[in-house]
Design a protein around this ligand. Structure first.
Ligand code: HEC
Length: 125
């Protein structure tokens, strides 16, 4: 069957079918967050969905939402190193809103937290 499809369809249609198959395997809640071919951003997305999405995609903790580009612009302007530092060590904003160190997930390594920052930066810029 695979072989038949491969023979009958142009490459573009096959790629579209593959994307559709991978979307179908993803839980509905995750589908709205973009995926990137880059391996680092793929890793970051998985971590982000597991730990960061809870606050950064839901208006519960006063976190800058991924849907709010204007809230992110001044943060992105601080540069990646500053964002890594906030994500690793935590940050309390002027209104008392708190980013917990590592998003509250002590199991994440520094590199995993940074990958999640990279993913979030990629979708909010
Ligand atoms: C418990 C809720 C919560 C979780 C979970 C969470 N954040 Fe946050 N995050 C916040 C809040 C609140 C702020 C804004 C803090 C402030 O007022 O400046 C924030 C801000 C940030 C910022 C901007 C920092 C800056 O310097 O402006 C980054 C980057 C960030 N979070 C990354 C992450 C990453 C990566 C994860 C997952 C590993 C994560 N967050 C998980 C609540 C959360």
């Amino acid at each position: 069957m695979e072989g038949l499809l491969r023979a009958a369809l142009p490459a573009g249609a096959l790629a579209a079918a593959a994307v559709f198959a991978s979307l179908a395997a993803t839980p509905a809640s995750a589908q709205k967050f973009p995926e990137f071919p880059d391996a680092r951003l793929k890793q970051g997305r998985t971590i982000w969905l597991g730990t960061c999405e809870a606050c950064h995609a839901n208006d519960v903790a006063g976190a800058p939402l991924v849907t709010n580009k204007s809230a992110w612009a001044p943060r992105l302007a601080k540069g990646k190193d500053a964002l890594y530092k906030s994500a690793l060590g935590g940050l309390t904003g002027p209104k008392g809103t708190q980013m917990p160190p590592r998003g509250g997930n002590d199991k994440l390594t520094d590199d995993q937290v940074k990958a999640a920052v990279d993913y979030m930066a990629a979708i909010v810029k």
